[in-house]
Design a protein around this ligand. Structure first.
Ligand SMILES: [Zn+2]
Length: 512
């Protein structure tokens, strides 16, 4: 442990004076991994900063972006952007949806949505969105971002004992700050790439404040919207939970930013009391029939608050569901992971039966894909299977079958409600931030387009995600992430994967 602390990198050591280096591409000079980490982090940060002020320069540096549409720099510089003639799923029931409409974005926010918006000023850029579906960005309410470098390392594993033994206990303990940075960055960028514009990072790797700072820095550098659910770490240097007060004073001092703060926890009265004391929502993991007694005790103690998030919720009683509902809680169901790893029956119908529209989450990609299409499709098929099997058994008075629109709402506006972001995102509503995805319908897996919610939920995959905006900023454009040095990101992830496995004495199994 002491060796790890001595050698661990510190974001705080990063030089303030960062010079932009020409040729923003991966290099292969032998350097210490620590120096490479710092340099890489600095470069990504520079790219992010430049994207704010000098989009053309940032664009010219990215290997991917070099091949992108030159119109991107115009869009980044424009104050007003008009997406013209798309199928627009606002998912705002007041506004409705449009088989063909325009979306006007101004100053990072949605200004207007209707057919035939006329704009004349020369500061506006018009984008042809014909044969595209424009929808709110997807929102994933529970993912352990740092595990991005451990993808598929537990291909056929179960929660107990495999995940607890290999991921929780062995591999997580071997993370240094630079590995947290690499894992979180590769996860966040892949989420943007797949259309997820906001997520809750259930961040169980806070071994030291330096780990925490690296985690936050990677979220910031990615450009995605995120709730950082500050959580435990291992070892004597862990400052959980009290270090959250430092974060409240520093990184999270402003509400006008893409990152917000919560505290991650098991159902623990002390942590809940602390969360109430410092005024942050609690994101509770491991909520299930097995832990229900504790949940009820927390309710009796008056420690639950509106806006708290409950993850998994398999096999809860009626009383527990009523407690969650009555206390203003939200739920996050990790449907594919729960089915594959043995958490129990996903609580889709239980939630609906108790008047709760659930949000959806990917949980971990040590076993399963993160993409929102996989999660939505699993939810749609499982709920319908269960109801249809009940019908087949002769049961009467069955609940309605989920529709694709229901599931699309779970993956957007219900995610926003769960993450306390529905005032800003989750629907395409004038006044909200422009977090949206442009999905290609003119592809062989979708065309001809006959039903937009059906196409998104039941036909599409991440390959249909053409462009992604977060708060009006273009993060993916015509199929490529913007302002990202992809070879360097891949290199960082690979180096950290190697380092974590080496320290943990863990071998991957490439072929079985
Ligand atoms: Zn989880």
């Amino acid at each position: 442990m002491s060796e790890r602390r001595n050698e661990s990198s510190s974001i705080a050591e990063m030089p303030d004076d960062i010079h932009l280096e020409p040729g923003f591409h991966a290099d292969h000079h032998p350097e210490s991994s620590r120096r490479r980490f710092l340099k890489s982090a600095a470069r990504l940060a520079v790219a992010g900063a430049l994207a704010e002020t000098l989009p053309g320069v940032a664009l010219a540096q990215g290997a991917e972006a070099r091949n992108a549409d030159p119109g991107l720099s115009q869009i980044q510089a424009a104050r007003r952007v008009l997406l013209r003639g798309g199928v627009v799923l606002t998912l705002d029931r007041q506004i409705g949806d449009f088989a063909e409409a325009d979306v006007l974005i101004e100053g990072g926010a949605i200004r207007e949505i209707r057919p035939n918006i006329a704009i004349s000023d020369e500061n506006a850029v018009v984008i042809d969105a014909a044969n595209r579906v424009i929808a709110p960005g997807f929102i994933d309410t529970h993912h352990h971002f740092y595990q991005g470098i451990l993808r598929n390392i537990l291909t056929n594993g179960l929660l107990n004992p495999d995940y607890f033994r290999d991921i929780n206990n062995t591999l997580t303990a071997a993370y240094r700050p630079e590995d947290v940075y690499a894992g979180v960055l590769v996860t966040a960028l892949s989420m943007i790439d797949m259309g997820t514009t906001a997520a809750v990072d259930t961040a169980q790797v806070q071994h030291t404040p330096e780990h925490t700072d690296a985690n936050i820095r990677a979220l910031q550098d990615s450009g995605m919207r995120a709730v950082f659910a500050y959580w435990q770490g291992t070892g004597a240097a862990s400052q959980y939970p009290q270090d959250i007060t430092r974060l409240q004073r520093t990184t999270f001092g402003s509400k006008d930013q893409l990152l917000t703060l919560a505290i991650g926890s098991t159902l623990n009265a002390k942590i809940f009391a602390f969360a109430r004391e410092v005024g942050v929502p609690a994101v509770s993991h491991g909520v299930s029939g097995a832990t229900e007694t504790t949940l009820m005790q927390l309710g009796d103690m008056g420690l639950l608050r509106p806006g708290d998030e409950y993850v998994h919720c398999n096999h809860l009683s009626d009383a527990a569901w009523r407690l969650i509902k009555d206390s203003g809680g939200h739920v996050s169901l990790a449907v594919p992971i729960e089915m594959a790893m043995g958490h129990g029956m996903p609580a889709i119908q239980d939630a609906l039966d108790h008047g709760i529209r659930p949000s959806l989450s990917s949980d971990v990609d040590v076993t399963m894909a993160q993409d929102p299409f996989t999660i939505m499709r699993s939810t749609f098929t499982l709920q319908r299977l269960l109801v249809l099997q009940r019908a087949r058994s002769g049961e009467q008075k069955l609940p309605p079958l989920l529709t694709c629109r229901d599931v699309l709402e779970f993956a957007t506006i219900e995610g926003a409600r769960c993450a306390q972001l529905d005032g800003k995102v989750g629907t395409l509503t004038p006044g909200k931030d422009a977090d949206l995805v442009v999905l290609r319908a003119d592809r062989l897996n979708v065309w001809p387009l006959n039903n937009a919610p059906g196409a998104v939920v039941n036909l599409m995959n991440p390959g249909n995600v053409e462009s992604v905006l977060v708060a009006g900023k273009v993060r993916k454009w015509l199929g490529n992430l913007v302002g990202v040095d992809m070879p360097r990101v891949l290199q960082l992830a690979q180096e950290s994967r190697n380092a974590v496995l080496r320290r943990a004495g863990f071998n991957v199994n490439m072929l079985d």
